[in-house]
Each structure stands twice: as structure tokens, then as C-alpha cells.
Design a protein around this ligand. Structure first.
Ligand SMILES: Cc1cc2nc3c(=O)[nH]c(=O)nc-3n(C[C@H](O)[C@H](O)[C@H](O)COP(=O)(O)OP(=O)(O)OC[C@H]3O[C@@H](n4cnc5c(N)ncnc54)[C@H](O)[C@@H]3O)c2cc1C
Length: 373
């Protein structure tokens, strides 16, 4: 076992940290207070090659590994997690093209996704189900020269302004995957949702009404795409677990900073044992989470089937992030709930992760089904 980052990973981590600290703070209020995505950040992220970190340079990627992807997600989320969530969706969509599209489609779409000329979104959740994708109702019907899609997708990140969407639909009774350009007739989105955290990542429903796509937009052949969905979610879960590590790191730093300056009689609360306990718990949970994320990324780089490990990582890290951010808030006393303090946003953002890419309950099911008996 080697717990060290490689020299290129460490250099990349430093580069992304420098970028995030310099470029992202002006976007915090735009995203969190105005609930608006700052599109001017896209070329900056693309210039840093942050939209296609583990993909082959032939397709516009950075040619790095999943550990580097996790490191970048941590650094971006320390400053502004919803930007990392937006990057995550580009990676999930890019990964689907990488694994399931034809060479021609990869050469056409992936560089545009990696360079942010095209924004992707990814849809499996529907009004009647998010946890049980086999229950999806969106349909695809084959016609002579196309497939016709009908259905509604719910809570779709990036949807209001995406250019291309990966859509899971039932074709001949089984789940298939299509890519759909969002300017096709019959494709529309509803108003963006107001939500608790990760504000500024625009979320809406997608309505598909007789949307016709060419036959070659069926990705990876007919049917059997429940597995493709679980596989797609491994890169999503890696990214979002890394985002939680970034949030925890930021919470710990905020809590220490606050505790050093808030006075109790004539000494900072940092000297109180009760505060030591909170900070120590935060630091230890942060480290455990960090190493779970690094290991999950390492497994993906080894090409090891990581559905169980990513479920374990997601379950532990997302619920731990809520605890760590809550403890960070406790260190702040009543000021922790004030919008004047960063910890309030970190806590709201952390809560979101227990729900997306499969709830904690679903992660438990995925884990138990894979335990040796
Ligand atoms: C910020 C955000 C961004 C999102 N982005 C996307 C996106 O880009 N694309 C997309 O497709 N979706 C997206 N989602 C949707 C998300 O993946 C779903 O909300 C999630 O899968 C849960 O589905 P649901 O809300 O329908 O809950 P439900 O499936 O209705 O579940 C309700 C409750 O029942 C529990 N439950 C349900 N079934 C089981 C079971 N079999 N065993 C045990 N417990 C169960 C759940 O854990 C939960 O507690 C996003 C959600 C959020 C919050």
C-alpha cells in the first residue's frame, strides 16, 4: 500500500487549490444568494481542463486519473460546492459517451463537453420514482428511422440550459439509454427549482413530448441499461463524496477560525475542552472520509467493479458531512445560523448529498446485496 499522492497528483491538487481560491469567491453570493449559475465560470474551468479530468486527451480530456478528479472536486468544493456539482454532471455525461458511444460520436461530443461548449445533463429520476429506476415510465418507441421519446424527468441538474441529455427510457419493456440534443422539437424544461442547498446549480423537470432522435442516439444497444445506470453513478458518487470532503474541510477551518477569535471571559473558546471535542470529532471524521474517497478513486483507476465500495463511501461520507458541518455550526453558537457566516451555507449544502445519486437507504441496499453470505 502506498498512501502518497504521486508528484503529478500533488501538483494538480495545488494548481486547482490556487485556481479555486483565486477565481471562485466572487461567485459564492451569485450562486447561493441569487440562486443563479454564473456561466462566466465555464471557460475558466475548461481552461483548467476540469471538465474531463480522467478522459483521454484524444477526446479533449486531461488524461489524468480518478484520484485527480477527486482531488479537484475537494478543492473546488472547499470554496463553492455547487460549481463542483456542475462539473460532476459533465463528467457523468462524458463518461457515458466514453463508455457507450461510437468512436465518431466520442470524437464529436466529448471535446465539446470537456471544453464546456456543450453542457450535459443526465436523467433517470421521474415524478413517480427516483430510488427505483426499474419503475421509470419514460418510453422510447422505435419507428422506421428514429426513436420517439415521451416522459417527464424530475430534479435534473443543469437541465434549464443543457445542450445534451442522457435519458433513460423503457424500450420494448427494458431500460435503454439515449442521448438527446435539447433543441429537438418536443424537448422542454420547467422553471428552475428553489432549493435548500447547492443553490445556483439549476434544477428543473424535463418534458419529452414525441421527441424524435436518430437511431444512432441509442447508446450501447437496446436494453440492459440498469447496469449502465449503476456504473454511471459510480463516477457521480465519487465526485459528490469528494465534494463532501471539501465541505468538511471548509467547516473545520471555519470552526477553528471562529473558535480562535470568540472569547469566553478572557480566553478564546478554542481553549475549552467542549470545543476540543467537537473539533477533534470533526477532524477525525474528515480524515476517515478523505481516505474512503481516495480509495474509491483508486479502485476506479484500477478498473475494479466499485459499486459496493462507492455505495459504502457515499453512505458514510455524506452522512458524516452533515454531522461535521452541524458540529462546525455548534462551535459558532447562535452565529452559526446567521447568513453572515459561511458555516450556514456549508451545512445546507451538506444536507443535499444524502438525497442525490441514490438516498442513504438505497446505498444500504446496494451494500447488503453485495456482502458475502
Ligand atoms: C440537488 C439534487 C440534484 C439531483 N440531480 C439529479 C439529476 O441530475 N438527474 C437525476 O436523474 N436525478 C437527480 N436528482 C434526483 C435524485 O437522484 C432523487 O431525488 C433520488 O434518487 C431520490 O429519489 P426520490 O426523491 O424520488 O425519492 P423516493 O424514491 O420517492 O424515496 C423516498 C424515500 O423512500 C426511500 N426508499 C425508496 N425506495 C426504497 C427502497 N427500495 N428501499 C429503501 N428505501 C427506499 C428513500 O430512501 C427515501 O427516503 C437530484 C436530486 C437532488 C436533491
Amino acid at each position: 500500500m502506498d498512501f502518497n499522492l504521486t508528484a503529478p497528483q500533488e501538483a494538480f491538487q495545488k494548481e486547482v487549490r490556487k485556481f479555486a481560491e483565486a477565481e471562485l469567491p466572487p461567485f459564492v453570493d451569485i450562486m447561493d444568494k441569487e440562486n443563479r449559475f454564473p456561466h462566466e465560470v465555464r471557460p475558466k474551468l475548461a481552461e483548467m481542463n476540469l471538465y474531463g479530468i480522467p478522459f483521454d486527451p484524444k477526446y479533449g480530456g486531461a488524461g489524468a486519473d480518478h484520484v485527480s478528479l477527486a482531488l479537484a472536486q475537494i478543492e473546488i468544493s472547499k470554496i463553492l460546492a455547487p460549481v463542483a456539482m456542475h462539473m460532476q454532471l459533465q463528467h457523468v455525461v462524458g463518461d457515458r459517451f466514453n463508455k457507450l458511444a461510437t468512436e465518431e460520436q466520442k470524437l464529436e461530443w466529448m471535446p465539446q463537453i470537456c471544453e464546456a461548449q456543450k453542457v450535459g445533463c443526465f436523467g433517470f429520476t421521474e415524478p413517480d420514482t427516483g430510488s427505483n429506476p426499474k419503475m421509470i415510465k419514460t418510453t422510447a418507441v422505435e419507428e422506421a428511422d428514429c426513436y420517439v421519446l415521451n416522459g417527464t424527468k424530475r430534479f435534473i441538474t443543469n437541465a434549464p440550459w443543457a445542450d445534451v441529455m442522457c435519458v433513460f427510457a423503457k424500450l420494448e419493456g427494458d431500460i435503454s439509454l439515449f442521448f438527446v440534443e435539447t433543441d429537438r422539437p418536443g424537448f422542454s424544461t420547467t422553471a428552475k427549482m428553489e432549493k435548500l442547498g447547492l443553490r445556483g446549480t439549476d434544477l428543473s423537470d424535463v418534458i419529452l413530448e414525441d421527441v424524435r432522435v436518430p437511431k444512432d442516439h441509442l447508446m450501447g444497444g437496446k436494453g440492459g441499461k440498469f447496469d449502465a445506470l449503476k456504473d454511471a453513478m459510480t463516477i457521480g458518487k465519487l465526485c459528490l463524496s469528494a465534494q463532501c470532503v471539501g465541505l468538511m474541510q471548509a467547516s473545520l477551518e471555519e470552526a477553528i477560525k471562529y473558535a480562535m477569535t470568540r472569547m469566553h471571559f478572557d480566553e478564546p473558546i478554542y481553549e475549552l475542552q467542549a470545543i476540543h471535542w467537537l473539533l477533534a470529532e470533526m477532524a477525525s471524521r474528515l480524515e476517515a472520509s478523505r481516505w474512503l474517497v481516495y480509495r474509491a478513486a483508486f479502485l476506479k483507476d484500477q478498473g475494479i467493479d466499485s459499486i459496493k465500495d462507492l455505495a459504502i463511501t457515499k453512505l458514510f461520507v455524506t452522512s458524516t458531512a452533515v454531522d461535521v458541518c452541524r458540529w462546525g455550526m455548534q462551535v459558532h453558537g447562535a452565529y452559526g445560523i446567521s447568513k453572515e457566516y459561511k458555516i450556514e451555507r456549508l451545512f445546507r449544502d451538506a444536507k443535499m448529498y444524502e438525497l442525490l445519486e441514490g438516498t442513504s437507504e438505497i446505498q444500504r441496499e446496494l451494500i447488503v446485496r453485495r456482502l458475502p453470505r
